[in-house]
Design a protein around this ligand. Structure first.
Ligand code: ARG
Length: 588
């Protein structure tokens, strides 16, 4: 559906043209002074120089020539030359009715849908998921859903860190503990056991133990590095251990991501890229893109316009080992072969930015991806504790994701049972739903690149700019609608009519911004814009709710219009939180 702002611009554009000015000057924005008007145009000021006229005169001319006025209601020129506008009430309600009838509330779909891969999550197998991976999962999931909403074909790829040194560490520790296992018998030629020789909790203990030992003990470290090397070169027994580690970890990861309402289409990882590395390196060398520099194979990526030095992208170490960049390049080789993506969007800590600049440039320069492929990096900031330092447990250790979620759920459970609006049996399930919203909204409402403070008390509050507040608003609407239908009334065939009060109009004006916000969120890959929007929408609704007797309204047509508006607002809020990756309970 065409955005409301486009209708306004069109009407105003005709007036600019009639008055003898360039139509392009009719740029309309939301008002900076909502106390004075709803929308504004600063085009008269922008055109003053070109037309050698005072802006105020231009504004006056334009208003005098405004003949088509379906959308624009009150309009006035304000010194020095602003054009202030309010929307025609009838046009607003008509637009809302069209939104209700249009599929997906009138969100504009891409005319030429793109193939987009979103690379997010990026957990490192066998290391427990910690809060650092939370942001990647939450923001990535939302970006994926935003792009889908805009009509694109989107694949989410978890890109597991499943091929590194941590695997060598686990193998080494396991060999020390259980040397008699067949994986460590070089002469063993039979079939390895189907069952893994460890459980997930054992695995989670083995890794940190091994990692600590390797830090203290040089020989242990050497052994682990060698085990990594052997694994990466196809050692039969180690490959079997690796498969066990993968199976056990992936099952556990799936459970964790499931709890977060995060869903990947592809469960590929760094290990999947290995088979493409040798050919890729051969080609890079043969075609002269890569050259030796101090023993390592590198691709130069410095560009003339750079104001600072961008070091070359390393593709092979002197000992022949591949690096983080190598894997990312080979993964692009695969993605190009399998999906020919128009865009690949990567989520990772913003401190990895340089890595991605190097990889993107190397991939473009060497033709691994075509010039027109969009490669973008969405770097996120750190999640801090109240002390402003990276989030830790109360004891100062690394916070495991599971525990963090459990803490929030517990807090939510307390609040919900205190309120006693939810039956005991439902309270735990509700706490889970609301707790997840608290975490996700707390994260997504900040611009991704910024650090933020993870504040359990604030995030779980039912008031203010929080997930629970948004859900509470939805639940409130649901409850009004339930009462309405309980009286035997249906929800279909209702029509929104022109607003009868300021509060009602304000709510309508928020509702009609929906498709504009979705478009902006996609353009800028900015879930926080959706959060800011639903906060405004929820506030507008709550103001309307406190000012208006909805169910006891006597004018039948007006009452039906209120209900129609509520249905729409509820659908908008639900659609937005779905894109953010959480949902609302029935009661709370
Ligand atoms: N596993 C990496 C980490 O924990 C993140 C992976 C990001 N994605 C990528 N294609 N490099 O830091």
């Amino acid at each position: 559906m065409k955005k409301i702002i486009d209708f306004i611009e069109e009407e105003l554009g005709v007036a600019f043209e009639k008055a003898g000015y360039d139509r392009e000057l009719a740029k309309v924005t939301l008002s900076n002074r909502p106390d004075l008007c709803e929308y504004q145009c600063n085009g008269a000021m922008a055109g003053a120089k070109a037309y050698h006229k005072a802006p105020f005169m231009i504004a006056d001319d334009v208003i005098a020539n405004l003949t088509e006025k379906e959308y624009i209601g009150e309009i006035e020129a304000v010194k020095p030359g602003f054009i202030n506008m309010k929307l025609e009430k009838e046009a607003v309600s008509a637009y809302l009715n069209r939104m209700r009838e249009a599929g997906d509330l009138g969100v504009e779909k891409a005319k030429e849908p793109e193939m987009i891969v979103v690379d997010y999550g990026g957990p490192n197998v066998a290391k427990p998921l910690h809060v650092g991976h939370l942001r990647s999962a939450i923001i990535g999931e939302s970006v994926k859903r935003i792009a889908r909403k805009a009509g694109h074909k989107v694949l989410g790829d978890i890109h597991l860190g499943d091929w590194g040194y941590q695997m060598g560490l686990i193998i080494t520790e396991l060999r020390k503990r259980e040397p008699s296992l067949p994986y460590f018998n070089e002469d063993f030629a039979g079939e390895y056991p189907k069952e893994a020789p460890f459980t997930i909790s054992e695995l989670e203990e083995i890794y940190p133990t091994a990692s600590a030992k390797a830090k203290e003990d040089e020989t242990y470290r050497e052994e682990a590095l060698h085990a990594t090397y052997l694994l990466q070169n196809g050692h039969r027994g180690y490959t079997a251990v690796w498969k066990h580690i993968m199976e056990i970890s992936v099952t556990d990861l799936k459970k964790n991501y499931d709890n977060l309402n995060v869903e990947f289409d592809l469960w590929k990882g760094e290990s999947d890229a290995q088979s493409d590395i040798p050919d890729m390196i051969e080609r890079l060398k043969a075609e002269g893109f890569a050259h030796m520099d101090q023993g390592a194979l590198v691709i130069d990526v410095q560009e003339e316009s750079d104001t600072k030095e961008i070091p070359p992208c390393m593709v092979q170490k002197s000992d022949g080992a591949s690096l983080y960049g190598t894997t990312d390049l080979a993964t692009l080789v695969q993605r190009q072969r399998d999906y020919q993506p128009d865009q690949v969007i990567y989520l990772a800590d913003k401190r990895q930015e340089l890595h991605f600049v190097q990889v993107f440039r190397a991939a473009k320069k060497s033709g691994i991806v075509p010039e027109h492929t969009g490669l973008s990096f969405l770097g996120f900031g750190t999640m801090n504790g109240k002390d402003g330092k990276p989030f830790k447990t109360r004891e100062g250790g690394i916070m495991r994701l599971e525990n963090l979620i459990a803490d929030i759920e517990e807090e939510m459970y307390k609040k919900i049972t205190d309120n006693r609006t939810v039956e005991e049996g439902d309270a735990a399930a509700t706490a889970k739903i609301v707790g997840l919203a608290a975490i996700k909204y707390g994260d997504l409402s900040n611009q991704a690149s910024k650090d933020y403070v993870f504040d359990v008390d604030r995030f779980t509050s039912f008031e203010g700019n929080t997930g629970p507040y948004i859900l509470y608003t939805i639940v409130r609407i649901k409850s009004i609608l339930n009462k309405y239908t309980a009286d035997g009334e249906g929800l279909s065939c209702l029509k929104v009519i022109a607003a009868g009060s300021d509060g009602e109009k304000a709510l309508m004006l928020e509702a009609l911004k929906y498709n504009e916000v979705m478009a902006a969120a996609y353009e800028e890959l900015a879930p926080h814009k959706i959060c800011a929007y639903i906060y405004d929408l929820a506030n507008a609704f709550n103001r309307f709710y406190h000012e208006t007797k909805i169910l006891s309204e006597e004018d039948a047509e007006r009452k039906k219009s209120y209900i129609a508006l509520l249905v729409l607002v509820k659908e908008i809020l639900e659609s937005c939180i779905d894109v953010l990756g959480f949902e609302a309970p029935e009661r709370m």
